[in-house]
Design a protein around this ligand. Structure first.
Ligand code: IMP
Length: 195
């Protein structure tokens, strides 16, 4: 893949640093939505891929350059995959302490004893010719009875990844950054760009 420059359609400084660090060794420079002051895009899609495509093509069409965007969220089996693409909006007033209590109450009310859940991340790389590539990463686990730990963000204090007995908010950031849904999607992107 002969790509030397990618626009990353995100304003999240943590994600921008992560993507820049991942692509620098491949000789690819990254300009972000912050650098270019790109407008926010409404996430009207019903899937992670649809939302990532909306964001990536908006940035691609505005800049004329290949553009990358991501979308991610938490899918809970007892809630038929919710909150999914609505993960950010699901938390009342975007307060994740409230969002986690809401999630625990809804699982309780569902009557299901199944605590299985996964985090998913889809990255879409959009090209000026209208083509695109998408890369999905997923990490399976379960929802704990109560929030535990102070690390991470969002729903991390409730999510116990498979093979562990602590939540992502208790496990080290290094562990999460190596094994997360985002890390797995990024690995696939990197493999594609190295071809
Ligand atoms: P976005 O893809 O940045 O829009 O994130 C969507 C939402 O999914 C976030 O606001 C969080 O609620 C949730 N989410 C995505 N990834 C994670 C994670 O690694 N830990 C905890 N919550 C996450």
């Amino acid at each position: 893949m002969d790509v030397k420059e990618i626009v990353f359609a995100s304003r999240n400084k943590g994600k921008i640093a992560e993507v820049s660090a991942l692509l620098a060794p491949l000789g690819i420079s990254v300009q972000s939505a912050l650098d270019l002051d790109l407008p926010d895009v409404e996430e009207t899609g019903k899937t992670f891929e649809e939302n990532a495509k909306l964001k990536a093509f908006s940035a691609c069409n505005l800049t004329g350059k290949p553009a990358l965007a991501d979308d991610s969220g938490l899918c809970v089996k007892a809630l038929n995959g919710a909150p999914g693409v609505y993960s950010a909006r699901y938390a009342p007033e975007r307060d994740f302490a409230k969002g986690m209590q809401k999630l625990l109450a809804e699982i309780e009310n569902s009557g299901s004893k199944d605590r299985a859940a996964y985090f998913a991340c889809v990255l879409v790389l959009a090209f000026p010719d209208g083509s695109f590539q998408s890369f999905e990463g997923r990490v399976d686990g379960h929802i704990d009875d109560q929030p535990h730990g102070t690390g991470g963000f969002g729903y991390d204090p409730l999510f116990v990844p498979e093979g562990q007995n602590q939540t992502y908010a208790e496990l080290s950031a290094a562990y999460k950054n190596k094994t997360s849904h985002r890390a797995r999607a990024m690995e696939k992107l990197k493999t594609y760009l190295q071809k």
